[in-house]
Ligand binder design. Structure first.
Ligand code: XMP
Length: 517
């Protein structure tokens, strides 16, 4: 393991990803973790991240010098570099000014461990206030910039390295190479962490955790739960039962696709609960978005718990225990909730009679150390089809929050037909991977006048909401080709009854959210 010590920068996750791209496993730890605890993880190398503060600021996070004396190779980046410089006896000047953005780095030692084989002049991304003006004793200065005399230093004997810039961002043109030089040459690591090795490792861990007991997984149709379930099936086969709650708010063909393709590619035991009646009944007369979301969430839990209770009862009758719940939690969630390692216990709330009140489930979260793109790679490795592995995000409440107004069967039928046309045309245009997602929204409470054939129509508008995004936190509207938009518009107004107008949402996020509700 390579530990990335997080000094509060938004860069720590990026660093961890870059290390993994170099096929070396990495984990993020907070800088407040005692060094003894870090070393107890037996890291093969440690990377100190950047951070927002000046090393001179009051309350600025520090690092115990013992870290540099443990014989573990260390690479300091930006703030981490300055901490190293200061702790090891170099000079860091409190400049009071800031340097931010693209900078040209002058490499003075092109044969050095970090810079070997890279150009003498290279573009790097800088973001710092203080600057190192003298390297610690025993260190060689290997790069500088116009304003910073010591922009990189190296000590091969102690295997300690540092650079002022951010090699993890793409603007640093040789950044990945630098990180790899540190990992392979500086720390002597091999690029051996592959998708195959992740699967092997996780399968062994799941087997050890679950043993001979049974597990349950709620399948949503999304990538994460599908990959998590597929991993667990590979480990424990039919000791896992997957439950898919069909809330009747899925798009055309989607539920059938989940059922068929997931089972075909994994051999999983799947129970499908058709609860559409129940959801539609609960949604009758409701048009407030938050209320709709709450109802859908509540019903979902109830239906899942009921299915779960049935499974537990059946297993109990067969003399078995159901003790595990599989979830597709990803690493960013774990990091953001300040989580470390270890398994959380959750209590399941039963509202089904005849069962003990508090059966405790232990969570199985085989993806909790993975980023989204790694999850997709694991899914592909496990043989899941592209339609699952590269599925675009779709909200849990489904079409329920894409009908502005009350959700009814008739309206769902209209929206499904329009949505199917949009998806078909986007796929035909080869744009599935390019756009993040394209919600199609029915403005069921709005009517507009149109003319079709020889007559007046009074129908509903459909809104197209194609967006591009990295993480759904921010998004921009996708500039789809006019010809494609024309085709979609023509088809929808001709083929979908009750729709006489197609509009395009050209709002970025913020201020608009991706979904309309
Ligand atoms: P917004 O509309 O907040 O959406 O910009 C951001 C991303 O989250 C998806 N989304 C949801 N996903 N349950 C989900 O699983 C939900 O309740 C939910 N609401 C929004 C949305 O599709 C987009 O990708």
């Amino acid at each position: 393991t390579v530990l990335v010590v997080d000094f509060g920068a938004q860069y720590a996750q990026l660093i961890a990803r870059r290390v993994r791209e170099a096929r070396v496993y990495s984990e993020i730890v907070p800088s407040t973790m005692p060094v003894a605890e870090m070393l107890a993880k037996r890291p093969k190398a440690i990377i100190l991240s950047g951070g927002p503060s000046s090393v001179y600021a009051e309350g600025a996070p520090g690092i115990d010098r013992a870290l540099f004396e443990a014989g573990v190779p260390v690479l300091g980046l930006c703030y981490g570099f300055q901490l190293m410089a200061r702790e090891l006896g170099g000079t860091v000047d409190n400049t009071g000014s800031r340097e931010y953005g693209r900078t040209e780095l002058a490499v003075e030692r092109i044969d050095s461990t970090l810079f070997s084989g890279t150009p003498e002049r290279q573009q790097v991304w800088m973001s710092h206030g203080d600057a190192c003006s003298a390297a610690p004793e025993g260190f060689t200065v290997s790069a500088s910039t116009d304003t910073v005399t010591v922009a990189a230093f190296e000590n091969d004997e102690r295997r300690l390295y540092g650079v002022q810039h951010h090699p993890e961002v793409l603007h640093s043109t040789h950044g990945q190479q630098l990180l790899e030089h540190f990992l392979y040459r500086g720390a002597g690591l091999d690029p051996s962490w592959t998708t195959g090795s992740i699967v092997e490792e996780q399968v062994a861990a799941i087997k050890a955790q679950v043993g001979g007991k049974r597990a349950i997984c709620a399948l949503s149709g999304g990538v994460d739960s599908a990959v998590a379930a597929a991993l667990v099936v590979k480990a424990i086969g039919d000791q896992l039962t997957c439950v898919y709650v069909d809330h009747g708010l899925m798009r055309q063909g989607e539920s059938e696709q989940v059922e068929k393709e997931f089972v075909a590619s994994t051999g999983a035991q799947l129970r499908v609960v058709d609860a559409s009646e129940r959801f539609l009944d609960a949604l009758a007369g409701v048009s407030d978005p938050e209320q709709k979301r709450k109802i859908i969430g509540r019903e979902f839990i109830r239906v899942f718990e009921q299915a779960q209770a049935e499974l537990i009862a059946e297993a109990g009758a067969a003399g078995e225990d159901v003790a595990f719940l599989v979830q597709g939690t990803l690493y960013p969630d774990v990091v953001e909730s300040g989580g470390g390692t270890g398994t959380a216990n959750i209590k399941s709330h039963h509202n089904v009679g005849g069962l003990p009140d508090d059966i405790e489930f232990e969570l199985v979260e085989p993806l909790r150390m993975l980023f989204k793109d790694e999850v997709r790679m694991v899914g592909a490795e496990l043989g899941l089809p592209d339609s699952i592995v590269h599925r675009q995000p779709f909200p849990g409440p489904g079409l329920g929050i894409r009908i502005v107004g009350e959700v009814t069967r008739e309206r769902l039928t209209v929206l499904r037909a329009a949505d199917a046309i949009v998806r078909e045309e986007l796929t035909a245009a080869g744009l599935d991977r390019e756009i993040w997602q394209c919600p199609v929204v029915l403005l069921a409470d709005v009517r507009s006048v149109g003319v079709q054939g020889d007559g007046r129509t009074y129908g509903h508008p459909i809104v197209l909401r194609p967006v591009s995004s990295e993480d759904a936190m921010t998004a921009d509207w996708s500039r789809l080709p006019y010809d494609l938009l024309a085709k979609i518009s023509n088809r929808i107004t001709n083929e979908v009854p009750d729709v006489n107008r197609v509009t395009l949402d050209i709002t970025s996020k913020p201020p608009g959210t991706i979904e309309w509700e």
